[in-house]
Design a protein around this ligand. Structure first.
Ligand SMILES: Nc1ncnc2c1ncn2[C@@H]1O[C@H](COP(=O)(O)OP(=O)(O)OP(=O)(O)O)[C@@H](O)[C@H]1O
Length: 441
């Protein structure tokens, strides 16, 4: 039951009444206009999720009514019901952005299915922009971030480039009591060497050549908020000492200053480098590492998030389509398979870029593997669950695992639908997922 509101525009009393009855039975809300004038009146006050409209009306035509509505309010998914002679007009309307047309007499079941698909797609489009709602695994990370937000301890976010470390840091900030104070992101790897100290800790007037005025550093700008130190592994050693002092005593001084100032904010660090290795090479202070490494969260690379890939693709396709003012295209099963096979070295950032390009340049209704990987460049992921031996049972298990990952991706992580697709019971699927370490569903 979607509850979505449909504006039905139909002058034929018998067809209109039977359509309304059936649509209401299917759980839609229905407003019925019997003429172009009535449709205009209803559209002035209603915001239907879908319009189902006849083209020829006694006092005008559906095309003019809808076009002027779209001009003022943007596109609304619309299906035109046409008589045979109106097909040219219907095709023109579809080109102009209406969703589809059906020729009378039409198959009511098919029409209902299409309407349900439209509501499902627009639900995806309207999904809350919570970055940690896409899958059970993401929800778990979101919950851990919320738990961390409730404490005031330093948090270290680990993960490859593009896995969402900054998104996670912002989420943590927004989830805690500091959310109304500033969030100050600093890319430690991009700070100019000779200015890094002053940029972070601030400086007093005249503290170095060119310091014509006093300057508040990022630490000071954070006030009671969150200082997000990205690429912490790149922080120069002398600044590591100063940061350690902030973490230990909550005190710092501006460059060239004698006043000791207090830091009341929270520090969240992130890196895609191996800090333990940097410590071993003496490029990162061990005492600082211990200090920042209190709550550590690892953001997994996309290639290890098989069961999330379908859901993420849908989310990003929906938002790319929304940006382009279009309805989201369906994602072809082969596109999902290609996404599953791809190694995603740029992780979520790469997926967003690929999807944006595919939606902008691809076909309006279906997003294909070629749209996503136009150069045919599916970068195979490193095989993960390689059998340690060459036995038949190890090979069977690897294949079984891959099939489950693919089914979960195709069904947006739904256990029920994936079990149906795989032809096993939910309990069997659940057991196998646990056995193969697939998510914590
Ligand atoms: N869970 C998510 N949901 C939606 N978008 C996301 C999510 N995670 C990351 N993104 C998007 O992916 C891109 C990369 O995210 P982010 O900058 O947080 O990654 P990062 O790990 O900090 O990368 P880098 O190490 O290169 O700085 C951004 O455009 C971000 O909006």
């Amino acid at each position: 039951m979607s509850g979505a509101l449909i504006l039905l525009v139909e002058d034929d009393a018998t067809l209109g009444a039977s359509l309304r009855q059936r649509l209401e039975l299917e759980g839609f809300g229905v407003s019925w206009a019997r003429s172009a004038a009535e449709a205009r009146t209803l559209l002035a006050s209603l915001q239907p999720a879908i319009i189902l409209s006849d083209i020829r009306l006694p006092d005008g035509d559906g095309e003019t009514v809808m076009r002027s509505h779209f001009d003022r309010n943007g596109l609304v998914p619309t299906i035109f019901m046409t008589a045979f002679g109106d097909i040219d007009q219907a095709v023109r309307l579809v080109r102009a952005g209406a969703l589809n047309y059906v020729t009378k007499p039409f198959d009511l079941d098919q029409l209902i299915e299409e309407l349900q698909n439209i509501t499902r797609r627009s639900l995806v489009k309207e999904a809350p922009a919570d970055p940690f709602e896409n899958s059970p695994a993401m929800r778990e990370i979101g919950q851990m971030l919320k738990r961390a937000a409730a404490t005031d301890m330093p948090v270290l976010l680990l993960g490859e480039t593009g896995t969402g470390k900054e998104v996670a840091a912002r989420y943590l900030h927004a989830s805690g009591s500091r959310s109304s104070a500033p969030f100050v992101p600093v890319n430690c790897g991009a700070l100019p060497a000779d200015l890094a100290d002053s940029m972070i800790f601030g400086h007093e007037r005249g503290s170095f050549t060119g310091a014509v005025g006093a300057h508040r550093g990022f630490i000071e700008e954070t006030e009671g908020g969150t200082l997000f130190l990205d690429e912490i592994g790149d922080l120069p050693l002398p600044l590591q000492v100063k940061l350690l002092r902030v973490l230990e005593s909550r005190e710092y001084r501006r460059l060239g200053g004698s006043d000791t100032r207090n830091f009341n904010g929270r520090i969240v660090c992130a890196t895609n480098r191996d800090l333990a290795a940097l410590v071993a090479e003496e490029k990162f202070r061990e005492d600082l590492w211990f200090r920042i490494n209190v709550i550590t969260l690892q953001l997994p690379p996309l290639r290890e998030r098989g069961s999330d890939i379908g859901g993420l693709l849908r989310t990003f396709v929906a938002s790319a389509a929304q940006k382009a003012g279009r309805l989201p295209p369906e994602i072809h099963a082969e596109a999902i398979d290609a996404a599953l096979a791809h190694g995603w070295p740029g992780n979520i950032r790469e997926m967003i870029n690929r999807v944006d390009r595919a939606v902008a340049l691809g076909n309006d209704t279906v997003l294909t593997a070629r749209d996503l990987f136009p150069d045919g460049s599916v970068a195979r992921s490193e095989p993960r669950a390689q059998p340690v031996d060459d036995t038949l049972s190890a090979a069977r298990e690897a294949a079984e695992r891959a099939q489950i990952v693919s089914a979960l991706a195709k069904t947006n992580g739904s256990l029920k639908d994936a079990a149906e697709l795989l032809g096993v019971s939910r309990t069997t699927l659940w057991d196998k997922m646990r056995r193969y370490g697939l998510g914590d569903q």
